[in-house]
Design a protein around this ligand. Sequence first.
Ligand code: C2E
Ligand code: CA
Ligand code: CA
Length: 530
Amino acid sequence: MVKGVTTRSGSPYQVAHSHLITTCATLAALILFVAVGAKVLPGAIGLGTSTPAAPALAVAFLLNIAIILFGWRRANDLTQILSALKAAEQEALDTAYTDHTTGLPNRRAMLRELERLSREGGKGTLILLDLDHFKKVNDLYGHLTGDHLLKSAGDAIVECLPPASFAARLGGDEFAVLIPDRESAEGTARRMVVALGSPISLGSVTAHVSVSAGIAPVDRSMEPLDMLRRADVAMYSVKRSGRNGLAWFDKEMEQQIQHRVALEEEIREGLEADEFVPYFQPLISLDTGELNGFEVLARWRSPRRGVVEPAEFIDVAEQSGQIGALSMRVMEKALVEARDWPSHLKLAVNISPTQFRDAHLAERIVKILAETGFPARRLEVEITENSLLEDREQALTIVQSLRNSGITIALDDFGTGYASLSQLHSLPFDRIKIDRSFIGALSSNEQGAAIVEAITQLGKSLSVPITAEGVETDSVREHLAALGCSDAQGWVFGRAVAGHVASMQFTRPPEPDASPDQQNDSRSAAGRKW
Ligand code: C2E
Ligand code: CA
Ligand code: CA
């Protein structure tokens, strides 16, 4: 509609321009009217001597009256069009600065407000709010419910605002609030965290979300984007420390962010230079004491940093979208190295939850198997319960295709995620790995022992082998064996080492009195019991 008015009658500027011309023409006609009238009227009403040109002048005079009437009508029409155009322009402006899902001002409007604050030399406090687990609600109940939730969240935010504040939806599940002072900011943010942390009723559905709030003081010395970035940095620190809370921006956070950005870049360069390599940690059967295979664990051989452990780079690689390339490259190198190891030795590789966003993950893994010539039955893929959180359907489809190719699947870090014991039987896993936090607590803590025992029993009833991670002492190892745990991994058996070191664990020279047959069989050549 707005567009229609504009195209039919031109822009308000054009209309105002033609309005001006019409007004001038009407004025000129009026002047002519007065001049001609002074000549014609006296004759017409018999006040003077009639000139020979009087009839022509009388016609001109009448024409003049017609022009004035026409000009007056036209000016009237133009005035109306002009005000319609102005209203339409205002409406277009409102649309451009409004978020239609929530009815709140949008990101552009917030930037304009921050620019105004910066220009007028004011100061205030910016609160950036990001809903936690919004995506889950969206995926679970659909976009309409998601939009409904955003509207309710927007309303809840507005209800917490002190006077003279400005709230906007920046996009996605992100909102921002500009408060005119410093003192009321934290109280306001806290009210919002409480309001959005309570269950939100959306018709037939009740959504349970929470919010992470970053608070940053802002003043005229900052650019609007810098103001938003500070609040964003503070908000992310809340996300990192478990969500559902608030934090003020401080300089240390800024340094952490800079450090992270630099690390991201270094990882990118490291990937290009092929610096990520596989290390191998032994996986042992508790029943027989034999080596079953190895877990592949990434290490970064950085020329600048030395050998870097995953704790320093996996998170950043995940968040910067580099984990897929990293894990696949490490897997490929591991499969090439271990291809000719004894054929009963399996390799277990780690796949991060974010890798399940890639619908072609299974195909990529199968392609690497084909290219490296590593048998599918010797590969185990370790995934965590969190992999099933984002897009459960897609993750289960990927898991199913991997299993169809002959690859086995282990559920890693069991006990730290969301899956309950009762859910386990419906999930397609070939192995469960108990997280090392439970194993460490085994000897010191009765509850830890009860949990390990329960999981072991469950594994038995589901016929799924259980691996205990993080076994550091012989006493823990014995305790686990007594509880019926089938497999184990940990420092007591060996740490993760480079491939050539790992291979020494099964290629030691055979005993001098071994038979020639035994000497050819690398498995018995290993002969080592752990
Ligand atoms: P994870 O899958 O739980 O791997 C086991 C971790 O426990 C390894 O840490 C291993 O070195 C450590 N560990 C093993 N035995 C013991 C023990 O007795 N005591 C203690 N305290 N720790 C032990 P690491 O190598 O630092 O790897 C950490 C995590 O990084 C892994 O945890 C895995 O989630 C991730 N990761 C490693 N490599 C890759 C990879 O190539 N791709 C992906 N996506 N993730 C990887
Ligand atoms: Ca693992
Ligand atoms: Ca693990």
